[in-house]
Design a protein. Structure first.
Length: 284
């Protein structure tokens, strides 16, 4: 882990250009400020169209702010001379792995990024093998990518980013197109990178059970950040979460229903294990 890693949004605004003359688009992201430190695992929540994907693309110079600044390890993202350095530090994984997989064979796809960075061939071989082992896809290294399942393709896409050895991986709804088994595979991989390898993780999701596993949650609405805190802090304001069209974790919802019957469950109960322990304590 690079302990010096940091990602900073400083009053960032972004507006997409309109194809129509005399038409001005509203901001996709406006007045967004936050800092993400080395080793954090941050979930970003918000309904469709709130600016989450735009935020992801702003993290590594795919998009440059219309106003404000984005800094990666103190490097300003609009500097064309340092874009490759920024993209080596922050890798982005998109929702649909088919849009990110470029080669027909698994190991060739994972090697694509390091090759573009000019990494020596022997080092590429080492990185590809290590990345595929990290996502439990090493045994599939010679398989054709189009024959993989959705979850396997997403893990290969993540391996391709991991082979570039970034300090931070940003994932834009990486499990949205997957079944429950595929979602669990990908989330286990992401948590492994964060906890065992110390890679900073920013992941956009609309699955509340994934968000509760983060160290911190950023909630967006109408292109702005409206909540930023630990899962317990964010979901304790269940009324505000529901007002913007989002749901709360099933455990929170169930606890609120139980409270209506006069039985108190701790308000910061989020995970299934915490909920079970709370019920056991009540029974005792």
């Amino acid at each position: 882990m690079n302990k010096d890693f940091s990602l900073k949004f400083d009053n960032v605004f972004y507006r997409y250009e309109s194809d129509e003359e005399n038409v001005v688009n509203d901001y996709a992201v406006k007045n967004v400020s936050f800092d993400i430190k080395a080793g954090e695992m941050v979930a970003v929540l918000g309904h469709n169209g709130c600016g989450k994907s735009t935020l992801a693309k702003l993290t590594n110079s795919i998009l440059i702010p219309t106003e404000g600044k984005v800094y990666v390890c103190g490097i300003e993202s609009s500097n064309e001379e340092t874009i490759y350095d920024i993209r080596q530090r922050v890798g982005v994984v998109f929702q649909n792995p088919d849009n990110q997989i470029v080669a027909s064979i698994v190991e060739e796809d994972v090697a694509f990024g390091p090759e573009n960075l000019g990494i020596p061939r022997e080092e590429i071989r080492k990185r590809v093998d290590e990345a595929l082992k990290a996502v439990d896809m090493y045994d599939y290294r010679e398989h054709e990518t189009h024959k993989l399942s959705g979850g396997q393709k997403q893990r290969v896409a993540i391996a391709g980013i991991l082979a570039m050895q970034p300090d931070c991986i940003v994932l834009d709804e990486p499990t949205a197109m997957l079944d429950p088994v595929g979602r669990r595979e990908v989330m286990n991989t992401v948590k492994k990178f964060n906890k065992e390898l110390g890679i900073t993780i920013v992941f956009i999701t609309h699955f509340m059970e994934e968000a509760v596993e983060a160290d911190r949650i950023i909630v967006m609405d109408k292109a702005q950040v409206i909540l930023d805190g630990t899962p317990k802090e964010v979901f304790s304001d269940s009324k505000k979460i529901r007002e913007i069209g989002l749901d709360v974790p099933a455990t929170v919802s169930l606890a609120l229903e139980i409270e209506k019957e006069g039985i108190e469950i701790p308000s910061d109960t989020l995970t299934v294990d915490e909920f079970v322990n709370s019920i056991v304590d009540l029974v005792k």
